[in-house]
Write a protein that binds this ligand. Structure first.
Ligand SMILES: [Zn+2]
Length: 212
């Protein structure tokens, strides 16, 4: 009788422990800040519920420090005869190192005669949101080449000289276009512009980087 009682007690204890371990697991506190898209300019974002952000801190600045920018040509600024500026211009000396703001695939890295000079475009995702980063007016050495994966914070090149960038004021033009690249690697995508009649499809880069 003693042995049987003890055995039953042990079985009950084991079941209770197992239930406690597997069945009543408490949700451990996760170090994720709850934010909503209302915190940023909602026009920068596609429609859809994004209530809990899992990837905060996943996007970095391409140049440190990132500020100040060229305030006379920041995102959304209208330039006569050109249109609305679709990126942020960060004026720095030629040779200033530039780092990838987010891991992704290098879809375009070559000289572009359309006013970009040396241009790199990287396709990335953050929190299931696909986007492309446009790095304009670079120096002629860009790393890695087209079709290669780039890591967050990886060195990708420099601010180009006047000759390399085709710009009288050397600077990085940083653009964030929402959505997939939408063209074969090495092909210049139709959506890629420095100026347009509206900012539709583009995100304010400085706001975007600060948010993620
Ligand atoms: Zn620009």
């Amino acid at each position: 009788m003693w042995k049987r009682t003890t055995a039953v007690t042990v079985v009950v204890l084991v079941i209770a422990l197992a239930a406690g371990f597997f069945g009543c697991e408490q949700e451990s506190p996760v170090a994720v800040k709850e934010q909503t898209v209302e915190n940023i300019d909602s026009s920068d974002y596609p429609k859809g519920p994004v209530n809990t952000i899992m990837d905060l801190g996943a996007v970095n600045y391409p140049i440190n420090p990132w500020l100040p920018l060229n305030t006379s040509n920041s995102f959304g600024h209208y330039v006569p005869n050109r249109g609305i500026h679709l990126g942020d211009d960060c004026v720095r000396s030629p040779g200033t190192p530039i780092y990838a703001i987010r891991q992704g695939m290098v879809k375009y890295a070559r000289y572009n005669s359309g006013g970009w000079g040396y241009l790199m475009i990287v396709e990335s995702m953050v929190n299931n949101l696909p986007f492309c980063t446009v790095y304009g007016h670079l120096g002629n050495a860009m790393f890695p080449g087209e079709g290669n994966w780039v890591s967050t914070n990886q060195y990708i090149g420099t601010v180009g000289s006047m000759q390399e960038s085709g710009q009288t004021t050397p600077h990085l033009h940083l653009g964030i276009h929402l959505g997939w690249y939408g063209a074969p690697t090495g092909t210049y995508p139709s959506w890629c512009r420095g100026y347009s009649t509206s900012t539709s499809g583009w995100s304010n880069p400085t706001t975007f980087m600060a948010y993620w």
